[in-house]
Design a binder for this molecule. Structure first.
Ligand SMILES: Nc1ncnc2c1ncn2[C@@H]1O[C@H](COP(=O)(O)OP(=O)(O)O)[C@@H](O)[C@H]1O
Ligand SMILES: [Mg+2]
Length: 342
């Protein structure tokens, strides 16, 4: 029996629904359950063919366990090696190279440094910084936000240098970016699963948290939706994420990618709503099953860093939700989804 394990933290709705969904599909030889893990022996198999990781960004023990699990032949959604290496500033730079619209963004030295860092350690740093040049490049209004963050933590909307310096002062030893604000009309959050399936979800970040996934959106321009879908795929394929959300803020018809490092995206029924929830549960179930099937044909793991980083050490890059063994039941083109939600 091939086991699919779900590793999770505080979330309540998605992990259980995913396990139930996979088991209800009754695919011969495959079952799903919550991961159980204690002390981890080095290089030992985890006991799982596939692990869906929802929490290792918060617990270094889990991240390390998952890397070890990969050595033991497991495929992890998402690749823990790349997730550990990734950061949002790199992603903005990559997006700009890929031709995806992204707001002008500057990486800033930390305002305060960890205790063990002293002025000797910082001799390569320009001081004072050329703030004029930085502000001219980015422009105001802007967002000051961590180069690796999430959940809207430490995100500041600043309108002038005074507000910027006030906010920068509060950023502790975080590494921050300053990014031009998009004066958006439309805003989309897109689930991207298996680097092939996209669900464009109209989202309004200006509303209270529980009402942000817009359930009664207007009709959008087809061309805009097509570009959003294509850009979301381009980003996830370049980054190698099998499960991600990509956020676009749209100004004058141009979708700017502003947040696309969400390898454990919000999938809570109470925030995303019933239809989006069913879609993500179904898509991730098929993705995980597809990967579990593919592990049969996996070649022996390659023990080198580039293979681990790319996920090519196992069958991690094998075909995913579109695996013909598990047909899509509710596969709705995302364009229509965005136009006609209930
Ligand atoms: N460049 C930007 N232009 C407009 N709004 C932004 C921009 N950057 C961030 N925001 C707003 O701040 C919110 C949180 O920022 P985001 O980059 O998504 O970080 P997080 O990973 O914490 O969600 C976004 O949902 C959006 O409402
Ligand atoms: Mg975000």
């Amino acid at each position: 029996m091939k086991r699919i394990g779900v590793l999770f933290g505080v979330e309540n709705t998605f992990p259980g629904a995913l396990v139930e969904k996979i088991n209800s599909m009754a695919v011969p030889g495959i079952s799903a359950e919550f991961v159980r893990v204690g002390g981890v022996e080095m290089a030992s198999p985890s006991g799982y063919e596939v692990i869906v990781d929802r929490i290792s960004h918060d617990l270094p023990f889990y991240r390390s366990f998952l890397k070890n699990a990969v050595l033991g032949g497991a495929q992890v959604i998402n690749n823990p090696f790349w997730w550990s290496a990734d950061d949002k500033f790199f992603n903005y730079a990559l997006a700009s190279k890929l031709g995806v619209a992204v707001p002008r963004t500057v990486l800033l030295p930390h305002k305060f440094f960890p205790a063990q860092i002293n002025s000797q350690s910082l001799r390569n740093l320009e001081f004072p910084l050329d703030w004029r040049r930085i502000f001219e490049y980015v422009g105001f209004p802007a967002f000051l936000k961590p180069h690796d963050g999430g959940g809207w933590r430490d995100v500041y909307h600043v309108h002038n240098p005074g507000e910027f310096f006030g906010a920068y002062e509060q950023t502790r030893d975080l590494c921050m970016t300053l990014q031009a604000a998009v004066n958006f009309k439309e805003y989309f959050r897109c689930y991207v699963v298996g680097q092939t399936e996209v669900r464009i979800m109209p989202y309004d970040p200006r509303r209270p948290h529980e009402q942000r996934y817009v359930q009664d959106p207007p009709v959008y321009d087809e061309k805009l939706l097509a570009r959003v879908e294509q850009d979301a795929l381009t980003l996830c394929r370049a980054l190698g994420y099998d499960l991600n959300t990509v956020e676009f803020a749209v100004e004058d018809g141009i979708p700017y990618a502003i947040d696309f490092m969400n390898p454990a995206p919000d999938a809570d029924l109470n925030s995303v709503g019933q239809q989006n929830f069913e879609w993500i549960v179904d898509s991730v179930a098929r993705l995980a099953i597809g990967k579990a099937h593919a592990s049969e044909s996996a070649s022996p793991p390659q023990m080198n860093w580039s293979a681990l980083l790319q996920g090519t050490n196992s069958a991690a890059n094998a075909p995913t939700p579109s695996n013909p063994a598990v047909p899509a039941k509710h596969k709705t083109p995302s364009k229509k989804t965005a136009k006609t939600p209930k």
